[in-house]
Write a protein that binds this ligand. Structure first.
Ligand code: NAI
Length: 709
């Protein structure tokens, strides 16, 4: 037998299969690994000497990271996928049917297929280490657990808890997994040998008592079970777009197969899985997974001396407070320069509010929060800045004040410190002009709210060094963010592409449709919020300010819509922050449309159809995005798509803004833009790149040579 990935040992009647995938950092269940696993099972199953099987991993922090997604990605035939899944089911069945017990010893990530393998073992024990995580993340890839997970999990931990894990892709640590009944024992990693040996000895002596199952009483009767399924469906409808099919199909399958014999349920699961895995939505989500993995490697190859540890923040408004909280969680020191020292309480309140979630969900203790808050120190001068190695400015959007701040910073920070600006619109090149060390200055554009938005645009000036970029990327990743490199221009990438979406909704409204219709149609398309809802949440003042800057920079095609001007200049509405914008907001987060807006409009009943609303709002973004590629604001189309998904919530199941354009067809997009240009104005004039793609019969994903010369 060719044994590359799994090491088999037999000692004292105990067989161990230790996963250690060759030439890989993590263990994945590829076809090859699974075949090897099966041959090991075949080799030991009739060995009467063996009393117990242990399944372990030799990789640090990883048990088994899941199935090999690359294999799923490349398969497009439903029947082939079904056959592969059925063959894996047979292997896991064999594991489950062994004449002796088996224990999965989980010390690290145990995800997807890895967890399904562990579920086929008699017992699971796990270390309570931060890297030990258990989850079924498949729904995030547009699929669901296909190797028996949807069948074995409900039998083990009950329906309600299984639905929560399978439909959300939520990750649990060992302690939570124990509470759920998913693992039989957990212990600190330092006691791994001792505790696993003691568990093994108990199993061999038949002393492990079956854990009492704590299923919901509703699960036992078919009519009450229906209530569980109905509630789960209602929750999904509220939170998940219907084209994000994974969780919906998983729910259908679990409902259909609940109570079936395992082999029948597993067969149904394989059929439904194969059907789902070939959908374009699933393929798009899998592609995006690989794109994000690729983005995570950006700048990793660039070497630098010291990592960023000590940070400083100037500006304590909406963004400043979010950044202070973030750095207090991940950096060593957080020094704040305030204008008035009395502002300290306001900052502490904001940080405490953000940490409260972690305490409530038991992810942090109060002690840990106190430790984090203790890292924050304050000054109303610039003293104590000499140890700072990363300082970010988030003061008002005013060039003069910002430049003055950098001058003060340069005089006070460590000689190798990076200085960053969180500006959302001012050119990074222009801000860097008076700096002595331009190579250590860059834009670091966080999105609002900082605690929730993963994307950060990193904008170098023409002088910024590769080392400064790499250091910043490394630090942002440590803060749990997804940094992406973007060129210097007004609005940078995401705001520049998104603003036309909000603006276009204003143009549509002006002529005749209602606020609710426009927002509903955009949400049906998959946007997390309608354009007006988004304007209210961002703040009409903030949105208007950005819109004006973009109009000044890009001219007529970014002309601010009369509706946006009216609500800002005449009606003085701010949006959610003062409860009145396109909607009236209450304290519970509910909203009703603000009827005053329609009263102030002289709509001429030129109603756009649903399709036209979507086309106008989305195609105008596609047009601007294509200009960003042309101008080199972003190099790779996949990165642009990723940024729009992470930064604006563009529907991931559509694969991204420009993947959607490709799927619609470049010819169709160009034709529509041309006709909208005649009907609604020159802002729709197709970009040169769109014409080039059309002429060369290329798509965004195949035409890279047309903009990256
Ligand atoms: P804000 O108006 O809420 O806060 C500005 C803060 O800066 C105030 O606390 C003010 O006291 C302080 N400040 C003003 N001048 C100062 C100075 N010279 N020295 C020290 N502190 C000073 O503004 P916000 O929204 O937090 O924006 C800050 C920066 O972040 C701006 O450049 C903005 O363009 C950018 N940004 C804003 C986003 C948003 O959604 N609000 C998103 C991304 C970036």
């Amino acid at each position: 037998m060719n044994t590359h990935h799994i090491k088999q040992t037999i000692n004292n009647n105990i067989a161990t299969l230790c996963f250690d995938m060759e030439n890989e950092k993590v263990n994945k269940l590829s076809q090859e690994v699974l075949r090897e696993f099966q041959s090991h099972l075949e080799a030991i199953k009739d060995n009467r000497e063996i009393k117990l099987l242990l399944i372990t991993s030799a990789k640090a922090h990883i048990f088994i990271a899941g199935a090999d997604i690359n294999e799923i990605k490349t398969m497009s035939d439903e029947h082939d996928i079904y056959n592969v899944v059925i063959s894996v089911d047979a292997i896991f069945n064999e594991l489950e049917q062994l004449a002796f017990p088996s224990i999965a010893i989980i010390d690290g990530a145990c995800m997807g297929g890895g967890l399904e393998l562990a579920l086929a073992c008699t017992y699971r024990i796990a270390t309570n280490e931060s890297k030990t995580k258990l989850a079924f993340p498949e729904v995030k890839l547009g699929i669901f657990p296909g190797f028996g997970g949807t069948q074995r999990l409900p039998k083990l931990i009950g329906l309600v808890k299984s639905l929560e894990l399978i439909l959300t892709g939520k990750t649990v640590d060992a302690k939570k997994a124990f509470r759920l009944g998913l693992v039989d024992k957990y212990f600190s990693q330092g006691h791994l040998d001792f505790e696993s040996n003691s568990f093994i000895s108990d199993v061999l002596k038949n002393r492990v008592r079956k854990r009492k199952k704590t299923f919901s009483a509703l699960e036992y009767f078919s009519f009450t079970r229906e209530i569980i399924f109905k509630k789960a469906k209602e929750n999904l409808v509220k939170k998940v777009h219907p084209d994000f099919k994974g969780p919906y199909k998983a729910l259908e399958l679990i409902r259909d197969s609940f109570g079936s014999k395992l082999e029948d349920g597993v067969e149904k699961e394989a059929r439904a899985f194969a059907n789902l895995a070939i959908t374009p939505e699933s393929k798009n989500l899998i592609d995006l997974f690989f794109i994000s993995e690729q983005i995570k490697k950006d700048f990793k190859h660039v070497e630098f001396d010291e990592k960023i540890q000590n940070t400083a923040i100037i500006g304590n408004g909406v963004m400043g407070k979010g950044i202070i909280w973030l750095f207090s969680k991940y950096a060593h020191e957080v020094r704040i320069k305030l204008r008035k020292i009395e502002q300290v309480q306001d900052i502490l309140n904001a940080c405490n509010k953000l940490y409260a979630f972690f305490v409530k969900t038991r992810k942090m203790t109060r002690k840990e929060v106190a430790f984090k808050l203790n890292k924050i120190s304050y000054t109303d001068k610039f003293n104590g800045f000499s140890l700072i190695d990363f300082a970010i400015e988030a003061i008002v959007e005013n060039s003069e004040q910002k430049i003055n701040t950098y001058k003060n910073l340069e005089e006070n920070v460590n000689s190798s410190a990076i200085i960053a600006s969180n500006t959302s619109s001012i050119s990074i090149n222009s801000l860097s002009q008076t700096l002595k060390h331009k190579e250590r200055f860059l834009g670091v554009h966080f999105f609002n709210p900082v605690n929730k938005m993963p994307l950060v645009e990193v904008i170098p000036s023409t002088y910024t060094s590769q080392e400064s970029i790499a250091k910043t990327f490394e630090f942002l990743r440590r803060c749990g963010k997804m940094p992406i490199l973007v060129g210097d221009c007004a609005g940078f990438l995401v705001n520049r592409v998104l603003l036309p979406y909000i603006n276009e909704a204003g143009f549509i409204l002006e002529k005749g449709n209602t606020i609710v219709t426009i927002d509903d149609v955009l949400k049906e398309f998959g946007m997390p919020m309608g354009a007006f809802e988004l304007a209210d949440i961002v703040g009409i003042d903030v949105g208007y300010k950005v819109a004006v800057i973009l109009e000044e920079s890009y001219g007529k095609r970014m002309e601010v819509s009369p509706v946006l001007k009216m609500v800002h200049n005449d009606m003085k509405l701010l949006g959610q922050k003062n409860k009145k914008g396109f909607y009236i907001h209450n304290n519970k987060g509910q909203m009703v449309v603000n009827l005053d807006i329609a009263k102030n409009l002289t709509q001429n009943s030129s109603i756009s159809t649903k399709k036209e609303i979507v086309n106008r709002a989305i195609f105008i973004m596609i047009n601007e995005a294509s200009r960003c590629l042309e101008e080199g604001i972003i190099k790779q189309v996949s990165h642009l798509d990723f940024a729009m998904i992470a930064g604006t919530g563009f529907p991931a199941f559509r694969g991204g803004l420009l993947k959607y354009a490709d799927d619609m067809g470049i010819d169709y997009i160009v034709d529509k833009l041309e006709s909208y240009s005649e009907l609604f104005g020159e802002r729709f004039t197709p970009s040169d790149l769109l014409y080039k793609l059309k002429q060369n019969n290329k798509t965004f994903y195949t035409g890279e040579s047309l903009w990256n010369h």
